[in-house]
Write a protein that binds this ligand. Sequence first.
Ligand code: DOR
Ligand code: ZN
Length: 346
Amino acid sequence: MKTITLPRPDDWHLHLRDGAMLEAVLPESARHFARAIIMPNLVPPVVTLGDARAYHQRIMAALPEGMAFDPLMTLYLTEGTDPAEVERAAASGLVKAVKLYPAGATTNSLSGVRDLSKVMPVLETMARIGLPLCTHGEVTDAHVDIFDREAVFIDTVLDPLRRSLPELRVVMEHITTEEGVAYAAEGGDTLAATITTHHLIINRNHILAGGIKPHYYCLPVAKREKHRLALRKAATSGSSRYFLGTDSAPHVDALKEHACGCAGCFTATNTMSLLTHVFEEEGALDKLEAFASRSGPAFYRLPVNESTITLEKRAEACTWPEKIEAAPGPVTVFNPGFPVHWHVLP
Ligand code: DOR
Ligand code: ZN
């Protein structure tokens, strides 16, 4: 019997939603993760310190008795965001990052940024005070193929931005390409990248071959196999440039299994078992701690968690609910399509 014990992991990119959905999904994250960077793409989005405080209170109110969880709040960057508000939010200690959504790139991104020049005063303030910018790194130009949108974003948006503001601390969220891996590798101390669990497991064939699988559709969409392999190599390298951000994103089944299905994979429930499986496959169980527990806090300048989590490899496969029953409807838990034997001990 094999076991592995790590400092309690954190999730550096998480969608918790609000109301009844928040209540249903929050325990799935709090069971294994100590902290998470909470995405601000609510309707309406979390744009002010007041919004972040109120959302933080709703999250804490939804946390079941006896569970501990520290939500690290973010602000949603709009073309109307006031630099002084961002500075106040950072000074409060509650807000740990600002999220850049190119308008139209993904779920609830319509209040995002169309013209980067409009938000330069905010980004200059963030560079000065050291507040990280989390980027949804895809261009939205209808002429750019959806499988190329990340690579084009790096060349036409991210790299020029970082050249003009080299002090700005940036997290490339949920990278999905070898170009993303390579760019993050060369970025120096001001750059890091999160990688999701599902992008280590699926490529675009899993979504499209043998019938369309809506529960594997997310944004950025999974790419060719060579990209998945590059992500695996990066995640299991032990490099502090890459850390876990699940992008666990609940949508009710009715909206996933739909003529115009929503983007998002829900992996909060089984991420730690899946990741351990992946790291073992890569012969890199000793690097799981860096990816899930150490490199994220290092980038965000926070302490590593003192409590621990233990996983045990058993002969019998793990089971988890096929769906989380939320009041708005069932949410399908990501199914890797193979048995997983690493059980998280209670
Ligand atoms: O797949 C995704 N789902 N990608 C995102 O960028 C947003 C997220 C969501 O909010 O559902
Ligand atoms: Zn996301």
